[in-house]
Design a protein around this ligand. Structure first.
Ligand code: 5AD
Ligand code: SF4
Length: 464
């Protein structure tokens, strides 16, 4: 029998990265092997994103490219999944009728069935609600040391720029016990770092019996021996409260990093975005976390050019960025999305105005990041070794607990080990360093293909 292979291209956020690991796990459970390129693969899958318009354009470009391959090899299958598929099923059918399978964000588990059905013609399925939590599916993790762990899916907020609630649905949390059991299994397999994923991790648990808090979940996970690092993304500033900060400060494994998306520095813009906090309130929360965890690194997301944004309002964003003194910021140009309230607001800004503001913002943040990273020179940090640096094989790469990328002299530290590194140079987006002290052993690692342990259904939240 000829070898069956798959190739996945992932667009967008960590949630999609994680979904792709589940899709890869299902392919492997069905006997497919991973292909190194789309050319020659039996199935090519695009896991799509629709948060900004560029992602749409990129997908259709890529589809045109694989269509040429399919013309040469008609037995090859093309699958489109993820948020754009959820939003645009009909459009994909119309623009790319050669696509074999379309599946949305709620039915990853249907992939093997839809693939089989596509032997008889295109097989499209979009559901409005998740039936099987993705965590109940097998996963093929891209790293033996790190794992994404989904704690909730969907979002109950209504930020006016954001399409996520329309394509990912209402928030559904997983039970604390299910999450802890999954993390324990991962640690048994050699994982030392997990990143908890949710659109708004601080509203975690509100839909479960007993309404367990996110802080409670952090404390439960902190009790797992061998789990060195817990990260999470992202909290919503309106729901980020003292109990989470206390748990972050108290839990050994919870890393000293918080990603707290601010989006804008002007109260008027925040109001038009329906973010439900003011600039002052946001800064108070930053102060609270910095007081409790003095060496915490803070990163954020900012949107430039929201409809009606005046120069004065943009100046408020610049001054907030100076005041907040972020370690890094992910900056985005506003992109009008269908099914969002902001799309109907007046005064969408011309591209040149947005670009010019965007350039000023990124220049300011680059200077701040450089200052903050230079201030680390001479300090020592625990680095989780990720392997040889892509830029220079004489160096190793890893991340500090504060999530800063460090390139350091290759002393043979094994991938997955924790190494103490002294910072020698600070750059805006990474650090350089030299290892100090002894090389440590990595934890023993098991297979990267994790089979599901819990058949979690999203329908039931009655026994948290
Ligand atoms: N335009 C630009 N950026 C957006 N984001 C979400 N929606 C949009 C949009 N319509 C950004 C926000 C969010 C991040 C994941 O993407 O900053 O925090
Ligand atoms: Fe989108 Fe706001 Fe929900 Fe984040 S909290 S996913 S920005 S609606």
């Amino acid at each position: 029998m000829t070898e069956r292979t798959y190739f996945i291209t992932t667009y967008g956020c960590q949630m999609n990265e994680h979904d792709s690991e589940r899709l890869a796990g299902m392919f492997e459970a069905e006997g497919y092997n991973k292909a190194s390129a789309p050319e020659g693969a039996s199935v090519v899958l695009f896991n799509t994103c629709c948060i900004r318009e560029k992602a749409d354009t990129r997908l259709y470009g890529q589809l045109g490219h694989v269509k040429a391959m399919k013309d040469r090899r008609p037995e090859m299958k093309i699958v489109v999944g993820g948020c754009l598929a959820q939003k645009d099923q009909a459009l994909i059918q119309q623009k790319a009728p050669y696509v074999d399978v379309v599946l949305g964000t709620h039915n990853l588990a249907s992939l093997p069935r839809l693939l089989r059905e596509s032997d008889d013609g295109p097989s499209f399925e979009i559901l409005e609600q998740t039936e099987i939590f993705p965590s109940a599916l097998p996963a093929r993790r891209s790293s033996p040391w790190h794992a994404w762990v989904s704690i909730s899916i969907g979002c109950n907020n209504a930020c006016t720029f954001c399409i996520v609630p329309a394509v990912r649905g209402k928030e559904v949390s997983r039970r604390v016990g299910d999450i802890a059991q999954e993390v324990q299994g991962l640690v048994d397999d050699g994982v030392v770092e997990v990143t908890l994923l949710g659109q708004n991790v601080n509203s975690y648990g509100r839909d479960l019996d007993g309404s367990p808090l996110f802080a409670h979940l952090l404390r439960e996970l902190d009790r797992i021996p061998g789990l060195e690092r817990v990260r999470f993304t992202s909290p919503h500033p309106k729901d980020f409260k003292a109990d989470t900060v206390a748990a972050m400060a108290e839990c050994r494994s919870v890393c000293e990093h918080i990603h707290l998306p601010v989006q804008a520095g002007s109260d008027a813009v925040l109001k038009r975005m329906k973010r439900a906090y003011s600039r002052a309130r946001y800064l108070e929360k930053l102060e609270m976390v910095r007081t409790a965890i003095p060496d915490v690194a803070v990163t954020t997301d900012i949107i430039v050019g929201f409809p009606g944004e005046t120069e004065d309002e943009f100046q408020d964003t610049l001054s907030l960025v100076s005041e907040a003194c972020y370690d890094a910021a992910y900056t985005f140009q506003y992109s009008s999305r269908p099914m969002t309230a902001a799309a109907d607001l007046p005064d969408h800004l011309p591209k040149e105005v947005v670009q010019e503001r965007f350039d000023r913002l990124t220049a300011l943040q680059t200077d701040i990041s450089l200052d903050r990273n230079r201030a680390l020179v001479g300090s020592q940090h625990e680095v989780l070794v990720e392997g040889p640096s892509k830029k220079d094989v004489g160096k190793l790469t890893g991340r500090t607990r504060s999530n800063k990328l460090v390139h350091f002299d290759n002393d043979g530290s094994p991938t997955g080990s924790l190494r103490t590194v002294e910072i020698t140079v600070g750059h805006p987006h990474f650090l350089e360093g030299r290892p100090v002290g002894e090389v440590s052993e990595p934890p023993a690692t098991g297979a990267r293909l994790t089979l599901p342990m819990v058949a979690a259904s999203t329908g039931c939240s009655s026994c948290a």
